[in-house]
Write a protein that binds this ligand. Sequence first.
Ligand SMILES: C[S@@+](CC[C@H](N)C(=O)[O-])C[C@H]1O[C@@H](n2cnc3c(N)ncnc32)[C@H](O)[C@@H]1O
Length: 393
Amino acid sequence: MNDVRELLEDIITSEKLIYGVLSKLKKKSNSIYTKVSVKPVLIKNEKVIQFTYHYDNKVMHKNLSFNQAIENITKLMNDYFRQAMLFTVDADYQILVSKKGKVKILKKKPSRKKVNLSHNRKKNYIIEENKPYPFLVRLGVMNEKGKVYSKKYDKFKQINRFLEMVSDTITTLENKTTLNIVDFGCGKSYLTFALYHYLVNILGYDVNIVGLDLKKNVIEFCNQVAMDLKYEKLKFKHGDIKSFEEFEKVDMVVTLHACNTATDDALAKAVKWGADIIMSVPCCQHELFNKIHNPIMKPMEKHGIIKERLASLITDSLRANVLEILGYSTQMLEFISIEHTPKNILIRAIKKENINKNAVEEYKNFKTFWNINDPYIEQAMGDNLTNVLKMSK
Ligand SMILES: C[S@@+](CC[C@H](N)C(=O)[O-])C[C@H]1O[C@@H](n2cnc3c(N)ncnc32)[C@H](O)[C@@H]1O
C-alpha cells in the first residue's frame, strides 16, 4: 500500500483531488459499507476531506483532516476495497488491488474539472443573481449584467430548484465518465441548458444531452443557441417521445411538464434504458379523469375541480408506484411553490436493483379501490411491467 499512500499524499496535500470513490468489496471483507466516496469540502473555512459511506440505501458523512484522510483511505483499501477511482486536476487514477493484495495504479487523462469549494456552501444558489450566464442572457432570463428580468424571476428560481434536486442525486452517477441524458418535451429548454451548464461547466462531466420536442421551430431555436454558446454536446431533436431511438443506454431522463400521457411514454423509455435517475414533473393528467370511480369517494368525485385534482394525484401516485415495482425508489418533491402553478409535483426516481414485491401488492389494491382498468402506463411499460404483475399473481 506504499504506492497508494504516496499517491494520496501527493494529490490530497497539494489539493489536486476533485473526487474519489472506493468500490468493489474484497471477498472476505466484513464491511457494512458497499462504497465510500471522498471529496474536498470547506467546513467553517477549513479545507477537509468529506467521506460518504454508503450502506443499505443510506449514507453517513464524516469529515477528516488531510492527514487523517490519507491514513483512512489507505486503510480502507488495505482492509476492504479492491478498487478506487481518484479524479484529480492532473489525471484520473484507477487503483486496483488483486486477490493476493498486489496493487496496480493506472493513470488516464483527467475527466473532471475542479469545483470551487465555496460552491458547496451555496447549494441553494447554483446559479447566482447579478452574474451574467451566457445561456440565461440568450434565453432572455437575465440581461448582460446578470440582472434577472422581473417577469422571469419565477423561471430563475425554478432553474435553481431543479439544479438543486439534480445535485442531491448526482452521486448516483459518480462512477460514470460520460453521461447520456435525455430531456423529453424540452420546449424552450431553459432547464436543459441549465443542466448542461451545471454538469459540464461547474462539475466538469463529459455529457451527451439531447432535448426532444414535437415543435420544430423550438428545436431549431434551441440548436442555434447551443451552437452559438459552443455547447457542443447538447443537441435538440424534433420528434415524438415514443419513437425516439437515439441512445441504447441513458443515465438520466428528464421530463418536465410533458403533456398528459407523454409523461408515461417518457417514463417507459427511461425504464427500458435502465436510467439511473428520472426527474419528471407531470402535467395535464387527463387520462384517469373518466376512469376512476369508488362510491365511497362520491363527495370528492361529484365536484369537477376536486375530481380533476384527485385524478392528477392518483395518476402520479400510480406512476410512482409503477416505478417502485420496477426497481426504483421514488420521492415526490415540491418543484415550485403551489402559488405559481398547481403543476408542481416532481417525481424523482433513483434506480435500485430489486423488484419491490410490496409495491406490486399496493398497486393492485390501489387499482381495485379506484376501479381502474387498463391505465395507459401499463400499455406504455409493456412487458417490463406486465411480466412482473403476472409473476406475482
Ligand atoms: C409545457 S411544455 C414544457 C417545456 C419544458 N420541459 C419546461 O418545463 O419548461 C411541454 C412540451 O412537451 C412537448 N411534448 C408534448 N408531448 C410530446 C411528445 N409526445 N413528444 C415530444 N414532445 C412532446 C410539447 O411540444 C411542449 O413543448
